[in-house]
Write a protein that binds this ligand. Structure first.
Ligand SMILES: [Zn+2]
Length: 560
C-alpha cells in the first residue's frame, strides 16, 4: 500500500488548471495527485503543514546538457573546476552525497542540485545518436528527477544523402528510426548542414539557401523536411531548433527568415537569446539586442515556442554540437577547445568561458535574454532556461527568477553594467514584473506542455505527485534557491530544506513503433555501407528501451 500524503493549507499555484488558491489541500497517493478523500476520518500517513507557504508543481527544465559524451568531455577538459570544488561543496547549502561539482557536475550531484531547488524533471536537449546508450546510462544515475533526451538529426549524412537524391519519402521513416533507436522524446537540429560543412573543413553556412558542400542541399530543405516529419509522426515535442549563425552579430535576420520558412509548423526555438542580435557580423564587438521583430513574430504565432538561454555572469562551460561556433568562439577568446566529430551524425565543441559584467558583449547578451522574457505576451510560449551550462549553470535559475520578478533588483544589476548597454538594449524601459503564477508557467507548466509530458507541470487529479513548497520572501533568489519541501512521485525528497534520500526517477521516451522491415532495410543497407560500427550498435537495444517510460505520440491520447 502506497502512503497517503496531504499538503495542507498552502497557497497552491497551478496555472494549467487555473488555480491560485489559499488555503488549498493537495492529496497524493500512488505517486499521483488524487481527489480529496470524502471520508472525514481518513488520516494521511503524513501531513505537510503548508500554511503560509507557496505550493507549485515540480520544476521542468526543457533545455539543458547534463548527460552524454559532451558533458564527460567537459569534465576531462576542465580539471581546474575539480580544484575549486571542495570550496564549493563547503559553500553548498545542502549536505550533498558523493560526486563532483563545477559547471558540469557529476550525475549524482546534478540530480541533487536540481531537486534541492525544486526541479523534478530535466530534458537533455542534444544527444548524438551514437552516444544515446551512454547518455541513458548516465541519466539513470541522475537521482531525484525524471529525465528525457532529444537526439541530434540535422547533419546526419543519411538525411543529407536522401534529400540530395530527392528521396523525400525516406525522411519520415528515418526520423522514426532515429527517435526509437535512441530512446528519445524527439529531435534536435543544430546548425542544419553547417556542422557537416565544418566537419569537411569548409566555411560557415550563414544563409538558409547556401548549399551544404558535397550534398548541395540547403538548410531550408533540411529544416522543412525534419519539421514536417516530426509533426506528421506526432512526436510529443516539436522539432527543437538551434539554427544558423548562433552568437553572431546581425543573426536576428536569419532567425526571422528561419521562422518564416517554417511558417504554420510547430517548432521550438532553443536558447533564442543567442539568435537575437543586431550589429555587424564581421565585428564581434558591435553586438546589440535585436529582439523586436522576433518577439512580434512569436506573439502572433502560437505554434512557435522558445526557451531563452539566458546568460548570467560568472564562469561556466560552452558545450555544443555546433563545433563551428565553438571553434569561432575559441578563436575570439583564446580559450582551450575540445572539438570533435561524431561519425556520420554530428559534431561537438567544448570550451570554458567566463561571462563578465564589465564586458559589453556579455552585458548585451544578459540584457537580450531579459528583453525576451519581458516582451513575450504569452508566457505559455516561453520556457526559462540558461542553456545549462552554456549561458550559466542551472543553479543560477533562482537568480534569473529574481531578475524577472523584481524590476528594482533588475535595475540595480543593470546599473552596474557598462553604460553602452543602455543604448544597445531597451531593457531599462521594461517595467514588467513576473507574477508567481507567470513564473510557475515558464518554469513548469509551459515546458511540460511543450515536451508533451501531460502528467507534469500541473497539480490536477492524475498529475505526477511532483510538488515544490516555497517559503515566500521578497528576496526571490533566496525563495527559489531553497524550497522547504520537495515531493517527487509522492515521496518527500527534500524535507525541511534537507535532501533526505536519493530516490531514482524514470526516463521518458517517445513511444514510436519499430519500422516495418521494408522501411528499415534502406537505412540498414546504408549503415552497412557507410558506418565503421556494427549495425547492432546503432540501437540502444530492447533491454534498455524497456527500462524507459513510453510517452504516446500526439493524437494517441497523451502520456501513457
Ligand atoms: Zn543547448
Amino acid at each position: 500500500m502506497s502512503s497517503l500524503l496531504k499538503i495542507a493549507g498552502g497557497r497552491v499555484i497551478d496555472p494549467l488548471n487555473g488555480v491560485d488558491r489559499e488555503p488549498f489541500d493537495l492529496w497524493i497517493k500512488g505517486g499521483r495527485v488524487i481527489e480529496a478523500p470524502t471520508d472525514p476520518d481518513l488520516r494521511p500517513d503524513r501531513t505537510i503543514d503548508a500554511r503560509g507557504f507557496v505550493v507549485m508543481p515540480g520544476g521542468v527544465d526543457i533545455h539543458c546538457h547534463v548527460a552524454g559524451a559532451k558533458v564527460d568531455a567537459s569534465r576531462l577538459l576542465r580539471p581546474e573546476e575539480r580544484r575549486l570544488e571542495s570550496g564549493r561543496a563547503r559553500a553548498a547549502q545542502h549536505d550533498f552525497q558523493g560526486g563532483t561539482h563545477g559547471s558540469c557536475p557529476s550525475a549524482s550531484i546534478t540530480g541533487q542540485l536540481y531537486a534541492g531547488m525544486g526541479y523534478t524533471s530535466v530534458n537533455d536537449a542534444a544527444i548524438a545518436p551514437a552516444g544515446a546508450f551512454l547518455a541513458h546510462e548516465e541519466l539513470a544515475e541522475t537521482p531525484l528527477v525524471d529525465r528525457s533526451l532529444l537526439t541530434l538529426a540535422g547533419n546526419h549524412r543519411y538525411l543529407l544523402e536522401a534529400l540530395a537524391s530527392g528521396e523525400h519519402g525516406l525522411i519520415e521513416p528515418f526520423v522514426r528510426w532515429l527517435v526509437r533507436r535512441t530512446g528519445s522524446m524527439g529531435i534536435k537540429v543544430v546548425n542544419p548542414g553547417g556542422i557537416e560543412s565544418w566537419k569537411q573543413g569548409r566555411g560557415r553556412i550563414t544563409h538558409l539557401d547556401d548549399p551544404v558542400p558535397e550534398f548541395g542541399v540547403s538548410p531550408r530543405l533540411i529544416l522543412e523536411s525534419l519539421c514536417k516529419a516530426a509533426q506528421a509522426i506526432g512526436l510529443p515535442h516539436a522539432m527543437h531548433l538551434h539554427s544558423l549563425n548562433l552568437g553572431l552579430p546581425g543573426n536576428s535576420a536569419s532567425t526571422l527568415e528561419t521562422l518564416k520558412a517554417l511558417s504554420g509548423l510547430h517548432v521550438h526555438l532553443a536558447h533564442v537569446q543567442f539568435h537575437s542580435y543586431g550589429g555587424d557580423p564581421n565585428d564581434p564587438g558591435s553586438l546589440k539586442a535585436d529582439v523586436t521583430q522576433l518577439v512580434d513574430y512569436l506573439n502572433s504565432n502560437p505554434n512557435v515556442s522558445v526557451d531563452v538561454g539566458q546568460v548570467l555572469f560568472g564562469p561556466t562551460t560552452i558545450m555544443t554540437a555546433d563545433g563551428a561556433t565553438a571553434q569561432y568562439l575559441a578563436g575570439l577568446t583564446g580559450k582551450k577547445l575540445l572539438a570533435d566529430h561524431v561519425e556520420l551524425e554530428t559534431g561537438c565543441g567544448v570550451m570554458p568561458i567566463e561571462y563578465k559584467d564589465k564586458n559589453l558583449v556579455h552585458a548585451v547578451q544578459w540584457a537580450t535574454g531579459l528583453e525576451w522574457f519581458l516582451r513575450v505576451d504569452n508566457p505559455w510560449q516561453v520556457a526559462l532556461s540558461t542553456d545549462h551550462p552554456n549561458g550559466a549553470a542551472f543553479t543560477a535559475y533562482p537568480e534569473l527568477m529574481a531578475l524577472l520578478a523584481d524590476s528594482n533588483y533588475r535595475n540595480e544589476c543593470l546599473a552596474l553594467l557598462p553604460e553602452a548597454v543602455r543604448e544597445r538594449s531597451c531593457l531599462r524601459e521594461l517595467t514588467r514584473n513576473y507574477s508567481l503564477s507567470e513564473l510557475a508557467i515558464i518554469t513548469r507548466a509551459a515546458p511540460a506542455q511543450m515536451l508533451g509530458l501531460s502528467h507534469k507541470g500541473h497539480l490536477g487529479v492524475g498529475a505526477d505527485g511532483d510538488v515544490t513548497i516555497y517559503q515566500p520572501s521578497n528576496d526571490f533568489r533566496k525563495m527559489f534557491a531553497m524550497p522547504r519541501w520537495v515531493v517527487k512521485s509522492g515521496l518527500v525528497i527534500v524535507d525541511d530544506t534537507e535532501i533526505r534520500n536519493l530516490a531514482v526517477g524514470v526516463t521518458h521516451r517517445c513511444n514510436v513503433q519499430e519500422l516495418e522491415k521494408e522501411a528499415l532495410e534502406p537505412i540498414r543497407r546504408w549503415w552497412d555501407e557507410n558506418a565503421t560500427t556494427d549495425w547492432r550498435s546503432a540501437d540502444i537495444g530492447s533491454p534498455m528501451r524497456d527500462r524507459l517510460k513510453p510517452v504516446n505520440l500526439r493524437g494517441q491520447g497523451g502520456e501513457k
